[in-house]
Design a protein around this ligand. Structure first.
Ligand SMILES: *Cc1c(COP(=O)(O)O)cnc(C)c1O
Length: 396
């Protein structure tokens, strides 16, 4: 039996069945390439779900994390440390707006902070309910799950202790009707990630800003997947010319180390008072050092421009493929969905793996690509050259 197959068997016996058994046991990586436990090489076009922004084993990340873990790994929030201060200042500088930062360990925790902040804001302003989008994804812990609009992962764990009203994503009129003076906050992704990399119609996010400003609801932008260069901008909302009241970040920020952030703009930055929220590990020095290395490398290496160009090359290249299984491509930057004419994404993922490419069957008819931001032209070309064969194998 291969090493991978043996590990998969042991995984299946030792772990709860919530993930099923993942198809590949990854042993190591370098840049955009990973090797499995049997030494098979794959081009990683999913980057640990839009997390490994700098690819694998990037020297800047290795150096920052190694140095920090050898210096100081943890303080708790009973004490402060320079990496967290530098990171918060760096994020505020990139946002260019008066704001305050809370650091967490994951996306769902960043949204839990945003939700508690919004609940407190609602209580002080007599606002009682929340609005979120159908098929939206905000996380798996109970608060974030209550905002998540995907019935298959939500319904069996309800009822939830907060009143959330769901609207169809991208429909500004429906949003306007749902947001009254009693609405405390609207939670939206600038492009829906888990729903299938679904961008809204132009102007939707600006309309959401106007609707929230008119009633005094907080606009919470969940940029856990869309930020830190993924779309070719530091933050997707910046491309829309919109400033939210609250912003949540995670995935790409730490380049693979766990970190999340909840950022409150203006008055939303001081809703929490001393004692209102906290996290033992949140903002730990090693994750902060990793995030500083990610942000520094994106800037130093001009990766935002690279993502815009490489994303066009990848997207245009996919769109140019002529195959009956291919309906088109959607998304921005290095955050794309290959849209299929039939529900065969699992077959596409398997055929891609067979051909040496890791992609993600996100929806029955959509395959997600979210490669490291450092992917090279030659790597993109190798995938584009293989794509017709992958689609052909998946269509059989
Ligand atoms: C991944 C994701 C989350 C949850 O993040 P975790 O780190 O998995 O808890 C929340 N919102 C969006 C938009 C995401 O993509």
């Amino acid at each position: 039996m291969s090493q991978s197959a043996a590990l998969r068997e042991r995984f299946e016996s030792a772990f709860m069945p919530n993930y099923g058994v993942p198809p590949v046991a990854i042993a190591r990586g370098a840049g955009c390439v990973v090797w499995d436990a049997d030494g098979r090489r794959y081009l990683d076009l999913i980057g640990g779900i839009a997390v490994s922004s700098l690819g694998h084993a990037h020297p800047a990340l290795v150096e920052a994390v190694s140095h920090q873990v050898a210096t100081l790994a943890h303080t708790s929030n009973l004490f402060l440390h320079e990496p967290e201060v530098l990171l918060a200042e760096r994020l505020l500088g990139l946002l260019g707006q008066p704001a305050r930062v809370f650091l967490a360990n994951s996306g769902t925790e960043a949204n839990e902070a945003a939700l508690k902040l919004a609940i407190k804001y609602g209580k002080t302003h007599g606002k009682t309910y929340f609005v979120a989008a159908e098929m939206g994804f905000h996380g798996r812990t109970l608060g974030a799950l209550s905002l998540t609009g995907k019935p298959s992962i939500r319904d069996q764990f309800g009822p939830f202790p907060i009143d959330v009203r769901f609207v169809p994503y991208g429909d500004a009129d429906a949003l306007k009707n749902a947001v009254t003076q009693d609405c405390a906050a609207v939670f939206l992704e600038p492009t829906q990630g888990e729903a299938g990399v679904v961008p809204p119609p132009d102007g939707y996010f600006r309309a959401a800003r106007e609707i929230c400003s008119a009633t005094g609801a907080l606009l919470v932008a969940d940029e856990i997947q869309s930020a830190i260069g993924r779309t070719g901008h530091w933050f997707a909302h910046q491309a829309e010319g919109v400033v939210p009241d609250v912003l949540t970040l995670a995935k790409g920020l730490g380049g693979g180390l766990p970190i999340g952030a909840c950022i409150g703009f203006g008055e939303a930055g001081t809703v929490f008072e001393k004692g209102d929220h906290g996290s033992t590990f949140g903002g730990n020095p090693v994750s902060c050092a990793a995030a500083l290395a990610v942000l520094g490398t994106i800037e130093r290496d001009g990766l935002l421009e690279h993502v815009k160009r490489a994303g066009r090359m990848l997207g245009d290249g996919i769109a140019a493929v002529d195959h009956p299984l291919l309906a088109g491509v959607r998304g921005r930057g290095l955050w794309l969905a290959i849209v299929l004419t039939a529900e065969r994404s699992a077959q596409v993922q398997a055929a891609a793996q067979e051909a040496g490419f890791l992609v993600n069957a996100l929806q029955p008819d959509a395959v997600r690509l979210a490669p490291p931001l450092v992917i090279t032209d030659a790597e993109i070309e190798s995938f584009l050259a293989a794509l017709p064969g992958i689609l052909e194998a998946a269509n059989e």
